[in-house]
Design a protein around this ligand. Sequence first.
Ligand code: SF4
Length: 90
Amino acid sequence: MSVNESLTRNCYHPANTSHIAVRESLSDEQCALLEKICPAGLFKRDADGRVNVHFQGCLECGCCRLIAGQDSLSDWQYPSSGAGITLRFG
Ligand code: SF4
């Protein structure tokens, strides 16, 4: 089973607001790191070069928090109760 096939087995309950916030002024290296480390590929640069996080698909793995840290993220918390991902294995 491919990673994409495995990800589609999960169940997502997106919150109305993001549980992750990216800092306004990031260097190109910080942007590239965020794009590289997220296993779900949720960090994307827009036409103006700003990084947006498509939080609805978050796996809640914490990689961005651990690797990029507070230099790149101004906020990271688990989604509110009842929202987020339900992992399905197998
Ligand atoms: S917690 Fe994991 S899946 Fe969610 S945005 Fe960060 S790296 Fe991506």
